[in-house]
Ligand binder design. Structure first.
Ligand code: ZN
Length: 464
């Protein structure tokens, strides 16, 4: 059986996930994400896919993060007309994510045109709202976890809970060609076990080939309770000195999880009762609503809590959808906890809050997520003395906290636990920085007698 795999994104990098599997003339794509980082990284978004989109039979989407779904509108515009399959929750979230991405791109392009910059930003958006809406038409009704679906004749997919964000899945493909049969498992992004809202990732089932993420393949995370304590301490110390706390937050999952912890902290008196919490992200607000509609994804303990009242609701919590409400936050000098996107600070409202708080010694910036190379978040995390925000140099005087225990990505022990001890022919490592998570994780696998390949972007390989 001639089975081939080609990596068209998240190859020795953490964004742009795009994987092509071919067998007997059938072509299945898993994820079609946006490259995110500095301008050089993002330039890849405008380049050809490396395959003919019209030739793809189906696209299977692991989850709604932009670096996994953000190029779907481009794929459709360039001729893709196959099926798109995803879980019900992913399908709802992806709508919010793609429409938001489209409007941001339109805004950025208009801004670049107005400021007359040449060669520094794309002058035309990658895609617009119409493209995003058109792409959404290709999504079929949501797939339930653990239910086999025939994608094309001879290829059956099963979506397994990946415990990463709401609706996230690993995808097991059962490929047959005549009498030959082979299984390929795509991990998608894997979450951490023991989180309060979502279920633990489903351990990897038997599979011949495993295409696996390894973002944190080089290290364990700090224990979650320590991270929650540190978050509460950051809020206590900052509000005591009358500063604001800015939390750059990913709209899907992290925002809901942090809200849940804040709710807990207020109830237990671990953070002062007078703090005002702002969820300043229309996308995070929509995602929170979608969250409430998908109890099939919840951890049992969280379901139980849900029956005893809204786990996100708290005194002093404001959802600020409009930009007027958002701008009013800029007048608050102390006592506010502001959750805003994007998590990596390369777009969205958080940049306004950084502009107003980075230079203030009394304020704190609290990072609770991954900061990819080349992003504004990474520069602040790495200790830049000043950063550029909206074409202005802003000195970094606020206290910077990096709390990594909240990561939505499995750490090394959890990745190994997910993979388990089952026999595998081989593991293909994707979605990891080569010098950080990836090489280190490849060595760990080698020490366990598992061969790991690390495909480069565009590399096509036979799965023997
Ligand atoms: Zn993800």
């Amino acid at each position: 059986m001639a089975l081939t795999y080609a990596c068209h994104g998240a190859a020795r990098e953490v964004t742009g996930s795009c994987h092509l599997l071919e067998c007997g003339g059938r072509r299945i794509l898993v994820d079609c994400g946006l490259f995110q980082g500095d301008r050089e990284v993002e330039a890849a978004n405008g380049e050809p896919f490396g395959f003919d989109p019209a030739s793809i039979d189906a696209l299977l989407l692991t989850h709604a993060h932009l670096d996994h779904c953000g190029r779907i509108p481009l794929l459709v515009r360039q001729g893709f007309h196959g099926r798109i399959l995803a879980t019900s929750a992913t399908r709802e979230l992806v709508r919010v994510v793609l429409l938001d991405a489209a409007s941001l791109q339109v805004e950025d392009a208009a801004h670049a045109r107005r400021s007359g910059r040449n060669g520094t930003a794309p002058q035309a958006p990658l895609y617009d709202i119409d493209d995003a809406l058109h792409a959404l038409d290709f999504f079929e009704p949501g797939i339930g976890y653990d239910q086999p679906v025939e994608v094309v004749p001879g290829i059956v997919a099963r979506f397994l809970d990946a415990g990463h964000i709401l609706g996230s899945a690993s995808i097991l493909l059962d490929v047959s060609d005549g009498d030959a049969r082979r299984t390929v498992l795509f991990s998608g992004d894997l979450g951490n076990p023991g989180r309060p809202l979502l279920r633990d990732p489903t351990p990897a089932p038997p599979a011949d080939h495993v295409v696996m993420e390894c973002t944190y393949g080089d290290r364990p995370h700090r224990p979650l309770p320590d991270s929650i304590d540190e978050l509460f301490r950051a809020i206590r110390e900052t509000t005591q000195r009358h500063g604001n706390v800015v939390i750059p937050t990913f709209a899907l999952e992290r925002a809901q999880e942090v809200l849940y912890y804040l709710h807990q902290g207020l109830r237990e008196g671990a953070i002062p009762a007078h703090v005002r919490v702002f969820l300043d992200s229309p996308m995070a607000i929509s995602a929170t609503e979608i969250f409430r509609r998908h109890p099939e994804c919840f951890d049992r303990a969280f379901l139980h809590r849900l029956q005893h009242g809204d786990p996100f609701a708290m005194e002093g919590l404001h959802f600020t959808r409009s930009s007027t409400e958002s701008m009013a936050i800029n007048n608050i000098e102390g006592g506010a906890v502001i959750l805003a996107g994007s998590g990596m600070c390369n777009g969205g409202r958080v940049r306004h809050h950084l502009k107003h708080n980075l230079w203030r010694e009394r304020s704190s910036i609290v990072f609770v997520g991954y900061a990819a190379e080349g992003t504004l978040a990474r520069r602040i995390v790495d200790g830049a003395a000043s950063v550029r925000v909206f074409n202005e140099d802003i000195p970094v005087r606020a206290q910077v906290w990096t709390i990594n225990g909240f990561s939505a990505h499995a750490d090394r022990p959890s990745l190994l636990a997910w993979l388990g001890e089952l026999p595998r022919k081989e593991v293909l490592l994707v979605h990891g920085e080569y010098e950080r998570g990836m090489r280190c994780f490849a060595n760990v696998l080698a020490s366990r007698g598992l061969s790991a390949r690390m495909p480069r972007r565009g590399e096509r390989m036979a799965l023997a």
